[in-house]
Design a protein around this ligand. Structure first.
Ligand code: GLA
Length: 752
């Protein structure tokens, strides 16, 4: 009897909760329980924060003055194996939402299926790529069916946490910046319907940067607009143009930016952020700071920018809450603005941080001596074909005795170290599209080993079709190398457990060491004497490291360490300069060491000359910040594309371009996957690299260096060449321009 009464009571209480809150979108405002409500939100990704620290970081968000957090779900984090969903441990999204609610925060949920976020394949599961005909992010049933199934699963797990049922979830996003990728409103409609069928009855929305709002737009999806510093007024004006009523909301406001290996550490000044947030608050615009707390892309989850620029493991983002959860000057400045209405709680105490005394890693397990059972194949194929999700793969074949010659591969994703009879002879590097290594003469048949490292799959643009490993064929001296053994190195717990360690060894190897602690605390492992690879502490994968920087340390959370003995394993694909380790009290996030890059991105030599080739078009860009499409009189074939800037909109000598696309005969954007910057007359290194015109990011630009003058030119090598019918240009400040297309590299000398 007592039990039944209790049950009735529980049902009654949950009913009260159901009626407790409502959230709606009105003519000018959001309404929470019938009252106008401004969403003061910040983004945080629970997989990027150790579960033990979720509450701490959410308390930090609350203390900054936020009333809501925005959360992506990365589909691949919850369905890494097809059909097997995981919502446990670090993947316990429901628990994260419950803690947010307990800490007085609402939740905006962004389940994907695509997310971007500098995350492996933008959150899409790798196994989709096993189908070589699949069309990602489209109505292709090979994509849509598993995506819809996943969206419904999200409904099952998180539907009960909607505000309509007493939970913290206010709104749910459909897809992510889809307008930057495609135009199919029916695709957005199918995903919207999947969420509704999955049981979501809160408002659904879509986000886009202002230039992409029109693409794939639907009036039954509320739109929000994404932008960085100094763009608020203009972006909201564009949003209002498309969405005549409703509150204005920013979906991602960038307080700085993410880092990529080999590129300068990004930071963003505090003043414009404070001014923008102040502006949004005064105008009752809602916003979401992306990121409020970036955290760390632990494991092998970091993604890569396009065409291929892998992201660092640190996702500090120069966000107001630092990677290790610390208060920063940006935090305090934002808190001050947000505290004007109501005083937020004080930030929770910082988690203890400690040093670890230097120690040596004495044991090693050579990759070559710890190979799993191979698969045999006539011609090597990508990892997905062998059902390998990620990690490294060793491809092995035999080369007969004979003269020296060139080893070439069509493409390798992403790095390939080449060994002949165990001796290192060269490296292939996707960043430079360099897939050519000269091999020496062989007196007898020799063992050819190609050790491929896959970094995270590209998370943005068409390049998300990023199959890893060797895209064959492999040729030596022009004939195809056949008869391969393929060894998958998945770098998972099972592989680590099977390693046989011995004394230190040169070449690619796992290294092992241990250290004692009196008391566990956060620390930053100093990787400066190591080259390139992956690190684990007590079985937790901390992520990838690379000596070229800018990140030189790895955030190691205290809860993953323990009193007494702790074990560290490091896979170094090149080998350490000294196999030692220490824990520091502060991270090193901004130390670039380009001299250590094994294949430094080198620009072509020589001087630019159009060589009598007339421009395919010349004209003037308009003074606007919108995409501008320039059509050629007729399609032109060529391998090299040059944009020549003659002057600037502001009359000064600096040229800048945010993005440059080429269009094919059907006026579709051509994939930039095989593209690279051949040359630019001038670049502000670190900040304004010419690669920024290829990265698909509106907020990063090629910027010429101070002291140089017009004309400014950037030359792109399209790899295979293409038939181009026009360009799309995202400003930028160029006024008058010319475009050249040629089969020849404009008198420049490409470096291999
Ligand atoms: C876009 C995406 C985000 C993230 C940012 C860059 O706006 O929507 O997921 O990738 O860029 O950090």
């Amino acid at each position: 009897m007592g039990r039944i009464l209790l049950l009735i009571l529980v049902i009654l209480v949950s009913q009260i909760n159901v009626q407790a809150h409502t959230f709606t979108i009105g003519e000018h405002d959001f309404f929470l329980d019938g009252q106008p409500f401004v969403i003061r939100c910040g983004e945080i990704h629970f997989p990027r924060v150790p579960r033990e620290y979720w509450r701490h970081r959410l308390q930090m968000c609350k203390a900054m003055g936020l009333n809501t957090v925005c959360v992506y779900l990365f589909w691949n984090f919850h369905e890494w194996q097809e059909g097997r969903y995981d919502w446990s441990g670090q993947a316990d999204a429901a628990e994260f939402c419950r803690i947010a609610q307990q800490e007085g925060l609402w939740v905006m949920l962004r389940p994907g299926p695509y997310s971007c976020a500098e995350w492996e394949m933008g959150g899409l599961p790798w196994w989709l790529l096993k189908n070589d005909k699949i069309n990602l992010r489209s109505r292709d049933p090979a994509f849509l069916n598993p995506a819809v199934r996943y969206m419904k699963e999200v409904g099952r797990v998180l539907g009960p946490l909607q505000i309509t049922r007493g939970g913290p979830i206010l709104m749910v996003q459909v897809e992510n910046e889809y307008g930057s990728y495609g135009k199919d409103a029916a695709y957005m409609g199918a995903l919207r319907q999947a969420l509704i069928d999955g049981g979501f009855d809160t408002p659904l929305f879509a986000c886009n940067p202002q230039g992409a709002i029109a693409n794939g737009r639907r009036s039954d999806l509320f739109q929000v607009v994404n932008f960085g510093a100094n763009a608020a007024a203009k972006s909201f004006e564009t949003l209002r143009h498309f969405q005549k009523t409703g509150p204005l909301m920013n979906g991602e406001y960038y307080p700085a930016w993410f880092d990529m290996w080999g590129r300068k550490h990004r930071t963003g000044p505090v003043e414009p952020i404070v001014a923008d947030i102040d502006y949004m608050l005064k105008n009752r615009h809602s916003f979401s700071i992306y990121m409020a707390h970036g955290g760390t892309s632990f494991g092998l989850w970091a993604g890569a920018d396009r065409p291929f620029s892998p992201d660092t493991s640190s996702y500090d983002y120069d966000a107001p809450i630092s990677e290790a959860g610390w208060v920063t000057p940006k935090f305090n400045a934002i808190r001050q603005v947000l505290a004007r209405g109501e005083t937020p709680p004080a930030p929770p105490p910082q988690n203890p941080v400690m040093t670890v005394k230097p120690f040596e890693l004495k044991e090693a397990a050579s990759v070559f001596e710890n190979l799993p059972a191979p698969v045999e194949d006539e011609t090597p194929r990508t990892m997905e074909f062998y059902n390998q999700s990620r990690g490294c793969t060793l491809y092995r074949a035999t080369l007969p005795a004979g003269p020296a010659g060139a080893l070439t591969i069509k493409e390798v994703h992403d790095f390939a170290w080449i060994f002949l009879d165990g001796k290192s002879v060269g490296v292939m590097d996707r960043r430079r599209q360099s897939y050519h290594v000269d091999l020496p003469e062989r007196a007898a048949a020799a063992r050819l080993d190609i050790l491929v490292e896959a970094m995270g799959r590209v998370n943005f643009g068409r390049e998300v079709f990023d199959r890893k490993g060797i895209h064959g064929p492999v040729r030596f001296a022009k004939s195809e190398v056949k008869g391969w053994k393929i060894y998958p190195l998945s770098l998972d717990a099972q592989e680590l457990a099977s390693l046989k360690f011995g004394p230190g060894a040169p070449g690619p190897a796992f290294w092992r060491g241990s250290f004692q602690l009196e008391k566990a605390g956060d620390t930053f492992l100093d990787l400066r004497t190591w080259s390139k690879g992956v690190a684990w502490v007590n079985g937790h994968c901390l992520g990838r490291f690379w000596d070229i920087g800018p990140t030189q340390t790895m955030y190691c959370p205290g809860p993953w360490l323990r009193h007494g003995g702790n074990e560290i394993v490091i896979l170094d694909l090149i080998g350490p300069r000294r196999p030692e380790m220490a824990g520091l009290e502060k991270p090193i996030l901004d130390e670039l060491r380009p001299a250590l890059d094994f294949s430094r991105a080198a620009r072509a030599g020589g001087a630019f000359s159009a060589g009598g080739v007339p421009p395919v078009i010349q004209g003037s860009f308009t003074s606007s910040d919108q995409w501008q499409e320039i059509n050629f009189a007729r399609p032109t074939k060529g391998r090299y594309l040059c944009l020549e800037a003659l002057d600037a909109q502001d009359g000064k000598q600096t040229a800048s371009v945010a993005e440059l696309d080429a269009l094919d005969a059907k006026r579709e954007t051509i994939s930039k996957a095989g593209w690279k910057i051949l040359w630019a007359d001038s670049e502000e290194h670190g900040d304004g690299d010419a690669e920024n015109v290829l990265d698909g990011q509106p907020s990063s630009s090629w910027i010429t260096a101070p002291g140089t003058v017009f004309p400014h030119r950037v030359v792109i090598d399209l790899g295979d060449g293409a038939e181009i019918s026009g360009i799309r240009y995202l400003p930028g400040n160029i006024k008058d321009f010319r475009v050249y297309v040629s089969e020849m590299p404009f008198g420049l000398t490409p470096r291999n």
